[in-house]
Design a protein around this ligand. Structure first.
Ligand SMILES: [Zn+2]
Length: 255
């Protein structure tokens, strides 16, 4: 399918995938199975009928409330579904069918889950990052960035944050970076290769610094209030995957 019907189909499929990502975001921090049982209202535990489980549409039809107990449904559900739908549509339009599309979408889905779980719970589940490293490396044999760059990306991504983490611990005697952060950057390295891993790290640090300064200025956080670095890594990786190569060419052209 090409043209508009293809993009629409990709968006619809993306919304369904987004619905599954919501399940992962909700259940991975709880340590419960992501496949069983079916979805239920987190407030009253009433199992959801199929028509309450249609991505985006159900949320709008139910006006954001559980049909049983009237408890508000988190806006995270439709947001993730819309985001996934947009990501699938844009990626389909950008890459067309092929291994690169699959690779980028698998990475994108992992990033959505890690972004939100880290933002809410300050954890980056191994159940995502470790299989992600393997998946990215396997993909790299068939598409960008090639297996050598992927392998270097794993080492550079994991190694750089591990070094920063140890240095921080050595200076401050406390953990600044979680152990999940370096596994996440290793995963990003596996998918994007070492060059874009460095772009990811720079962008994540830049975005994190801006958010940190804004929080201090608005007096909602102090110098030491913890920020979810994995959330910034996810944003940095999106920048790197989409415009990273142009950024690198421009930056290196300045010398
Ligand atoms: Zn309910």
């Amino acid at each position: 399918m090409t043209g508009l019907p293809g993009v629409v189909a990709a968006a619809a499929f993306g919304a369904v995938v987004g619905s599954f990502l919501n399940v992962c975001i909700h259940r991975l921090p709880l340590g419960t199975s992501i496949v069983w049982p079916g979805s239920a209202c987190p407030h009253c535990a009433r199992p959801l009928a199929w028509f309450e489980n249609v991505p985006i549409v159900s949320y709008l039809a139910l006006r954001g409330r559980c049909r049983g107990c009237r408890a508000p449904i988190s806006a995270r559900y439709p947001t993730v579904e819309v985001l996934a739908a947009a990501m699938f549509a844009l990626a389909w339009w950008q890459y067309g069918p092929g291994v690169l599309l699959a690779s980028r979408l698998v990475l994108g889905c992992a990033l959505i889950v890690l972004f939100e779980v880290d933002r809410e719970h300050f954890i980056l589940p191994h159940a995502i990052t470790l299989p992600g490293i393997v998946a990215g490396f396997v993909f790299s044999f068939f598409t960008e960035p090639g297996w050598q760059s992927s392998l270097l990306g794993i080492l550079v991504g994991g190694g750089s944050l591990l070094a920063v983490g140890y240095a921080y611990f050595w200076v401050r005697h406390e953990e600044g970076l979680g152990m999940g952060d370096f596994k996440m950057l290793a995963m990003i390295g596996a998918f994007l290769g070492w060059r874009l891993t460095l772009v990811t790290l720079m962008m994540a640090s830049l975005i994190g610094s801006i958010v940190g300064v804004l929080l201090i200025v608005s007096q909602r956080g102090g110098m030491k209030s913890a920020l979810p670095f994995g959330t910034f890594l996810a944003l940095g990786a999106v920048v790197a995957a989409t415009v990273g190569n142009s950024l690198l060419d421009w930056y290196l052209g300045q010398w």
